[in-house]
Design a protein around this ligand. Structure first.
Ligand SMILES: [Zn+2]
Length: 190
């Protein structure tokens, strides 16, 4: 069964980071919505619009899964550094650069004014990794200051808030954080 990750639709890079999430708060369990090559394939199929330049989604294997998970760890590491006001680690930067260098694409305009891509690499999985890494690089270089880590206890999501004051990735987390705050007040006898 396809796992439905709770926070999606921000951008490819954030969607990938948020593909591993905790269900059930502080004592919850980690769910990986790309836990197997088949699940990774579903994840890509749900993002055909964003991954369209990579062409038709093909079958993915263990090698693709390992590469995408390594990419996910690097993007998470970079975001963790950003929200803590640290410099991004050289290994994470290297992983992003390596993934971007996996494939090159040339934009071609056809006579009916649609865009076609000519790739140096025929494989869908490799092209998809390249597109995700490219998205991560533009996120980090252009919008890093806008990325927040969810403040709810036990949540590991990153998101770009739609309003300035939003501290939680989802209403579920907002409610959980409010309950936890209320509980703390009760415990302190306020
Ligand atoms: Zn959250």
């Amino acid at each position: 069964m396809t796992q439905q990750q709770p926070v999606t639709g921000q951008c490819l890079a954030l969607d990938l980071v948020n593909s591993a999430y905790i269900v059930g708060g502080t004592r919850g369990r980690l769910v990986d919505s790309i836990g197997s090559p088949e699940l990774l394939q579903d994840w890509c199929a749900q993002r055909v619009d964003q991954l369209a330049p990579a062409g038709q989604p093909g079958k993915l294997g263990d090698e693709d899964l390992n590469r995408v998970r390594e990419l996910r760890a690097a993007i998470r590491g970079a975001l963790e550094a950003v929200v803590n006001d640290h410099l991004v680690g050289p290994d994470d930067v290297q992983t992003l650069s390596d993934n971007v260098a996996l494939a090159h694409r040339r934009v071609v305009l056809t006579s009916d004014l649609t865009i076609r891509y000519e790739w140096s690499e025929p494989d869908f999985g490799t092209r998809a990794s390249m597109l995700i890494a490219e998205d991560a690089i533009s996120l980090l270089a252009e919008r890093a200051a806008g990325v927040h880590a969810c403040e709810a206890p036990g949540c590991i999501m990153y998101f770009i808030p739609t309003t300035e004051r939003r501290c939680w990735c989802s209403t579920t987390c907002g409610n959980r954080a409010r309950v936890a705050r209320h509980q703390r007040r009760m415990d302190n006898g306020d």
